[in-house]
Structures are given as structure tokens and as C-alpha cells.
Design a protein around this ligand. Structure first.
Ligand code: AMO
Length: 418
């Protein structure tokens, strides 16, 4: 006869055929079917079933019976229906296969996120973040929280969001860089998962003005070890998603390929690849979105780029002691068509006088970095780390055309609401 259950959710679709009504219910977890037959249910249930429309939030109680016909593989025959919340006609189709244009979807994002496809992306995102924590905890890292309101640029002054802080100017954090370096001197292994803000006017498939970073920092490490940590971290994330999000991956039509190994190339080798592909690029230039796309497509497994020109890299990266032309920055890249730069990282400069000199070379005023520079006078051990973009990893993992799909409420130069 079927088990007695109570199902609650949004009415995704109603089909009425004379004396029978089929209701597709989107519960928080699943799509379910409710079948109501006139004459077989109390009159009030039949009349409520006829009142229902898209996005009404209801609860229905009755027998849940296996079915070969219903898409859900089972159907509920209710003897009780309750309308908990009514809905206006939604401005976008939340049920059909035909998607609204992306800007329209984002305009109504608070409704768009009810769609199973969108929910699948965010259930995967939840696994990604949990898996990252899990891996880092297993390696003895301590999770900390760093300030969001800060007084100095950490990643160059051009893309700061200023804010009024009483009678002073402050900024939204571009990264946790300076703070995670301070904490590593105390704890040895630290990480934070938090938002970063960049006032970048880039309108590309991989830029947001607000994004989340997995910030990691370790004392007494090396670039070789940082590469191992990053590869193992990503491998663990991919594996967890493959194991735990099978249903979401089915909804998204994505097969997760857990990385098997990683490659290492130098910046100079990357230039060779680009030049072979007809890209004109001078030694010393950083890679733009086009160059990155070409490089990622060359690889079927993640890869690191090392040996970046020192003059192009942020002041906090250590410059090679053997060859000061190069810095110890390493970028970790996702492979293939949906590949993007997943992270930047590397060994840091912990010698205060060299650090000061790097700031001056880069046109920064050391006076603005008072506490940070001073800190290195107090026995900061050699250390390194990386910042990995949550949305970037998700973009490659789920083969998302645009990074905007990977964050609940994307922020770009054009989008501030909802
Ligand atoms: P970087 O500026 O390269 O390095 O940022 C680190 C990672 O964060 C992600 N990311 C972004 N994601 C979306 N939109 C953006 N506009 C954006 N900018 C960056 C990328 C990138 O690889 N402090 C250093 C990291 C470190 O050395 O520890 C930093 O912030 O995935």
C-alpha cells in the first residue's frame, strides 16, 4: 500500500487532465510527483489541488507508492494538502529545460537558485569547501579568520575598494596575505577560507569583484612541498565530489576526472608554447585571459608554472637567490577547455631589508606597511603558501563556461543586486 509520508516543497509544475492532477513538487532535496484523483480524495484536497500554481509552497501527506511512470520513480497519493505560502507567477521558468538568458537569471537570482541545476552546483560547492577543510585539518593546519576591513593594499593599489572608516579611509581586503603571514609565525600551519575583494573592471569568464579564497600558509616549507600540498588538496576535493555528489553531477551532466598527476613548466617554457601558437608576448609580461586559455588547453592534467619574472610579481614573494631575475612565485593551473588559474603561491620574502627594497622597486611606500615590515624584525621563520580561488576550482571541476555560475550572488562591475 505504500508508506505514509509528508512531503513539503515548491510546486514546480501542475498538469490537470479532467479528473486527475499531476503535481511536480520540488522539495529541498528532490523532485517528487503527487497524483490527485477526483473522487478518490476528500473534496477539499481536490479543490486545493486545483488552486495550486507554480512556486506555491505546500505540504502533502499520504501514501508514497513506487511507480514506473512517474519520473521520480514513485508518486504520492495525498489525503491532505496544505498551502503554506502562495506565489505570484514567477518571471522566469524554473521548471522547463529552456533557460532564461543569463542576465535575466541573475536579475531573479533569488528564484534562479531554486532550479535543480543551480542547486546542484551549490551542493558541489559545499563539498568543495568541506573537502578543503578536511584535507587541511588532516595535515595539521589551524583554521583562522582574518580581517576584511584593512588599512593597506596587499595585492597592489590599483584595484582596491575604499570605504569610509569613521574619519579615516579603509579598504576591503584584496586577500588575507599579510595576516596569514603574521599568523604562520605563531602557528606554523594556518589556513582561512574567506572572501576577497578586487575592484577590477575585468569583464571576463573568470573574474569577479568578490570571490572566495582558500588561503594557506606554512612555515619551513619549499615550493616543491607547496606543489604537493596543492595537488593533494585538489585531488581530495575532486575525489570527494566524485564520491558524494553523484546525483548532482548527473543533473549537471558532468563527469569528474580526478587528477592523476601534475606537470611543472617554467614561465619561459610557457612563453615558448604561446609563441608557437602565434601569440606575441614579451618576456616579463604576465599572462592575460587569452594566453591562459591557450596554455590550459595544452594540458590534460593540472600544471604548475614556476620561474616568473621577479619584476612582475608581488613584493611578498621571495626572489630567487641564485638568479634574481626570477621570483619564487608558482601558479597552479586547471587543465583543458575549462581550465583557469586556480592559485598563486610560493615562498615569501622574510628578510625585512630585502622586503623593503622590493616595495621601493615596485613603487610602493614602505611606510604604508608599518606593522607588516616591522613584524619581520622579530624572528619570522621562512615560510610560503598559496591562495586558491574557490570559484575557479569549481569552474574547472564542473566545466562552467562562466565563473558567475560558481557563486550564489556574483559581484561584477555591472552587478551589485540582488
Ligand atoms: P592572486 O591575486 O593570484 O594571489 O589570487 C589568488 C587566487 O584567487 C583567485 N582570484 C580570483 N577569482 C575570481 N575573480 C578574481 N577577480 C580573482 N582574482 C584572484 C584565483 C587566484 O589564483 N595573496 C596571493 C595568494 C598567495 O600568494 O597566497 C593572491 O591573492 O584563483
Amino acid at each position: 500500500m505504500g508508506e505514509r509520508v509528508r512531503l513539503c516543497g515548491h510546486v514546480a509544475h501542475v498538469r490537470r487532465l479532467g479528473r486527475i492532477a499531476f503535481i511536480v513538487l520540488r522539495t529541498f532535496e528532490n523532485m517528487e510527483q503527487i497524483t490527485v484523483k477526483k473522487g478518490e480524495v476528500p473534496e477539499e484536497v481536490w479543490s486545493l489541488a486545483n488552486e495550486l500554481d507554480h512556486e506555491y509552497f505546500i505540504c502533502a501527506e499520504g501514501r508514497l507508492v513506487e511507480s514506473n511512470i512517474a519520473k521520480a520513480g514513485r508518486e504520492l497519493f495525498p489525503d491532505h494538502i496544505e498551502i503554506l505560502s502562495r506565489s505570484k507567477t514567477p518571471p522566469i521558468d524554473l521548471f522547463g529545460k529552456v533557460e532564461a538568458e543569463f542576465p535575466t537569471r541573475l536579475h531573479y537570482r533569488y528564484l534562479d537558485i531554486r532550479r535543480p541545476r543551480v542547486k546542484a552546483i551549490f551542493r558541489v560547492r559545499s563539498t568543495v569547501v568541506r573537502a578543503a577543510r578536511e584535507y587541511l585539518f588532516s595535515q595539521g593546519f589551524v583554521e583562522l579568520h582574518f580581517p576584511i576591513i584593512i588599512a593597506t593594499a596587499t595585492e597592489g593599489g590599483a584595484n582596491l575598494f575604499p570605504l569610509k572608516y569613521f574619519d579615516r579611509e579603509a579598504y576591503l581586503a584584496q586577500s588575507a596575505q599579510l595576516y596569514k603571514q603574521s599568523a604562520v609565525a605563531a602557528f606554523g600551519r594556518v589556513f582561512a577560507i574567506g572572501p576577497s575583494f578586487r575592484a577590477e573592471k575585468s569583464r571576463t569568464r573568470k573574474h569577479l569583484t568578490e570571490f572566495w579564497q582558500i588561503d594557506v600558509e606554512k612555515a619551513l616549507t619549499s615550493n616543491d612541498e607547496l606543489m604537493e600540498i596543492q595537488f593533494n588538496l585538489v585531488k581530495h576535493i575532486y575525489r570527494r565530489v566524485a564520491d558524494e555528489n553523484q546525483r548532482d553531477l548527473e543533473i549537471l551532466g558532468v563527469e569528474v576526472e580526478v587528477p592523476k598527476k601534475y606537470y611543472r613548466i617554467t614561465y619561459d617554457e610557457a612563453l615558448d608554447i604561446l609563441r608557437r601558437k602565434g601569440v606575441q608576448i614579451e618576456w616579463g609580461e604576465d599572462f592575460g585571459a587569452d594566453e591562459e586559455r591557450i596554455l590550459c588547453q595544452e594540458f590534460d592534467q593540472p600544471f604548475f608554472i614556476e620561474g616568473f619574472p621577479a619584476k612582475e610579481t608581488a613584493f611578498y614573494y621571495m626572489v630567487s637567490r641564485e638568479n634574481p631575475k626570477y621570483s619564487l612565485r608558482i601558479d597552479f593551473m586547471g587543465p583543458g577547455t575549462y581550465g583557469v588559474e586556480w592559485s598563486s603561491g610560493g615562498m615569501r620574502e622574510h628578510d625585512p631589508s630585502r622586503l623593503r627594497q622590493r616595495m621601493v622597486e615596485q613603487g610602493l611606500d614602505p611606510e604604508k606597511f608599518g606593522w607588516y615590515l616591522d613584524m619581520f624584525n622579530y624572528g619570522v621563520p621562512p615560510h610560503g603558501g598559496f591562495g586558491m580561488g574557490v570559484e575557479r576550482v569549481l569552474q574547472t571541476l564542473l566545466k562552467l563556461e562562466k565563473i558567475h555560475e560558481a557563486i550564489l550572488y556574483p559581484r561584477t562591475p555591472d552587478i551589485l543586486e540582488p
